[in-house]
Design a protein around this ligand. Structure first.
Ligand code: PLP
Length: 437
């Protein structure tokens, strides 16, 4: 039964601060993905465990989790202690440290394909490093990427990440659609866009022998939270090997989130290179590229440049090592349990209210698509979800103290316990009732 309508939260101080701060920051924010959020982009004071506290005094259950990183929740004591201890030793040395070697060893021990690795600071840049390595190794220029997959905001990959369907061409032969004004149009010539989860089309295109890399989210978690079709990843692996193409798994979301060794471990398919970010350091700006030693060693002995002032920044490395040491198999099992309970609870609420929706993905990151009868298989399926209705649902949830991404993704942490899940489901009941009324 639904409890009486709670007092709905207001966000007036955030709205006012965004207006004021727009004098100094474009749009009052520092990422386009934080703009245009209903009822306003929020301004926060602090976070702890599953909660964020904003400047209006609201306590929000957070399913953004920094857009994925905070798998241990906000401000986990083990990370905070490690970071404080490192700050006492110094901040940046432009040299090597024991803590970066420890973090690197942990990555190589946890990730099945990681014979060697390098750190960077953002997912976007390590994806660039992976594509450069693949081009150097193959002597080819073109890459294949998939509709709806996001590999950072740079010109050569910001193609068809969220294209409007009327501009996207036929489903089996998508047009590369630019994601930004000002994007260098020439880079489209280096990108072949294909529908994901379609092995035949990929095999056909690879057979031409001119593709340096296939890059994909091994489970599509930017648009939706979509499983690879049975046998798909294995088929991709086999085709890439056959045609001399480097297989890159972009595990910036899935890495250290779906399993200690990421999607490649969960699905048992080994890429040549993979990239990581987000959950690798629970909120610190750390990313990584890892893979076969002879590819990775092109950085040290093969003339391939990879740099970055902040690569392996010691404080961030302390956070990385502490995070990786916290990511036990038991932690994933526990999120399996709580996340499944949340997914099932949402399904039940929708079913009893007669709401058509797909709640799909993984307990660690799932996706709610209003209007879809069945889980999506690719971007075109997802593009048919009822986005305005979901934004209204996300707003109704926010007013009840639950913060979810408007694109439908829900991220879980180890601090979202049974009580938090129950509170979330109560908010969902209220939100659905409001929108049905
Ligand atoms: N790759 C994937 C799959 C991502 O989800 C993201 C960010 O959301 C990126 C790459 C880019 O990472 P960053 O935002 O750290 O540059």
């Amino acid at each position: 039964q639904t409890s009486p309508a709670p007092d709905l939260l207001s966000f007036d101080k955030s709205a006012e601060a965004i207006r004021t701060n727009s004098r100094w920051m474009s749009g009052g924010v520092n990422s386009n993905f934080r703009l245009n959020i209903s009822p306003t982009p929020l301004v926060f004071e602090r976070g702890e465990g599953p909660y964020l506290h904003d400047i209006d005094g609201n306590r929000l259950i957070d399913y953004y989790l920094g857009m994925g990183p905070m798998i241990l929740g906000h401000k986990p004591p083990a990370i905070v202690d490690a970071v404080k201890a490192q700050i006492d030793k110094g901040i940046l040395f432009a040299g090597q440290t024991a803590i970066e070697a420890e973090a690197a060893r942990l990555v190589c021990e946890m990730v099945p394909s990681a014979e060697r690795m390098r750190f960077g600071s953002s997912g976007s840049e390590v994806d660039q490093a992976a594509l450069r390595l693949a081009r150097a190794a193959t002597g080819r220029a073109k890459i294949i990427k998939f509709e709806g997959h996001y590999h950072g905001w740079f010109d050569n990959v910001l193609w068809s990440t969220a294209p409007p369907l009327d501009a996207a061409g036929p489903e089996e032969a998508p047009m590369p659609v630019a994601g930004s004004k000002g994007q260098l149009a020439d880079t489209a010539a280096t990108v072949v866009v294909l529908p994901w989860n379609n092995l035949e089309l990929l095999r056909e295109r690879l057979a031409a022998g001119d593709i340096a890399a296939v890059i994909m989210e091994a489970a599509m978690c930017n648009a939706g939270a979509v499983h690879p079709a049975p046998g798909y990843l294995e088929g991709v692996r086999e085709a890439c090997t056959r045609y001399g193409t480097i297989l890159v798994f972009d595990e910036v979301i899935t890495g250290f989130r779906l399993a200690p060794g990421g999607a490649q471990q969960k699905f048992g398919v080994t890429p040549d290179l993979s990239t990581f970010g987000k959950a690798i350091a629970n909120g610190f700006p750390v990313a990584a590229i890892a893979g076969r030693a002879e590819l990775m060693d092109l950085f040290s002995t093969g003339g391939v440049v990879h740099g970055g002032t902040y690569n392996a920044q010691p404080v961030a490395m302390a956070a990385t090592a502490a995070t990786l040491k916290s990511l036990t198999p038991a932690l994933y099992k526990e999120i399996d349990r709580t996340g499944s309970a949340l997914m099932n609870g949402i399904r039940e609420i929708f079913a009893s209210a007669g709401v058509t929706a797909s709640v799909a993905g993984f307990p660690q990151v799932f996706h709610v698509a209003l209007g879809l009868e069945a889980p999506a298989q690719n971007y075109r399926d997802l593009a048919r979800m009822n986005r305005p209705a979901y934004v209204a649902l996300a707003t109704a949830l926010l007013r009840r103290g639950v913060r979810v991404l408007e694109r439908g993704a829900w991220f879980l942490s180890s601090t979202h316990d049974d009580a938090v899940i129950e509170e979330t489901l109560a908010a969902m009941r209220g939100a659905v009732q409001e929108l049905k009324a």
